[in-house]
Design a protein. Structure first.
Length: 195
């Protein structure tokens, strides 16, 4: 086959087929790079509840890497509350090629909210306080205040984990880790009780 025929074959058959196999999301993702994209691309979910681990390892990694880096949603501090993630994921769901179904979206939102509470409790608390300040319904204010108590526990857990990492004494390190684990169970129970 001549070079000219190979070039023609490429332009008429192979290139269009290649372009069709690239999703519009992937093309869009290649254009934009945000600060969050430069952060860590994984989350250590070993201490997360099993459902959160499963969502992270399945739906989240599969669906949330089609249009942008996985680093973007896990590193953002702009979106942490459930209604924020709900709005954002509905927008992502409408993007061509995202492949996100409603059931996936709900699970992904639950994971991202849990992850925000665990890894970014200070940011979560700041945003939650803004919502509490604006809330006029006393019953909803009570629910949000209970959620706030859980977030304060999560901040204490992060402090204990930092102390454990810095501690040289094995006994003291183990004490910090036990206290953090105990508070984690308590915080997770508080969260589950509000569902």
């Amino acid at each position: 086959m001549s070079v000219r025929r190979l070039v023609n074959l490429f332009w008429t058959l192979l290139l269009p087929a290649t372009l069709l196999s690239v999703s519009p999301c992937a093309v869009e993702a290649a254009k934009k790079v945000f600060r969050e994209d430069r952060g860590p691309e994984t989350v250590d979910v070993a201490k997360y509840p099993e459902e959160a681990q499963n969502t992270y390892n399945g739906r989240f990694l599969k669906r949330c890497s089609k249009c942008h880096t996985v680093a973007r949603p896990i590193n953002t501090k702009k979106i942490v509350l459930k209604d924020e993630w709900t709005t954002y994921t509905k927008k992502m769901m409408r993007k061509p090629g995202s492949g996100i179904k409603e059931a996936d979206r709900r699970k992904i939102v639950d994971f991202l909210v849990y992850d925000g509470r665990v890894r970014k409790p200070e940011v979560y608390l700041t945003k939650l306080d803004e919502v509490i300040e604006k809330e006029r319904d006393p019953r909803q204010t009570q629910v949000l205040t209970e959620e706030r108590e859980e977030i304060l526990l999560r901040i204490r857990i992060k402090e204990l984990e930092a102390l454990a990492r810095a501690e040289e004494s094995a006994a003291k390190k183990a004490e910090y880790e036990r206290e953090a684990d105990s508070l984690r169970v308590q915080a997770d129970k508080m969260m589950e009780a509000r569902k």
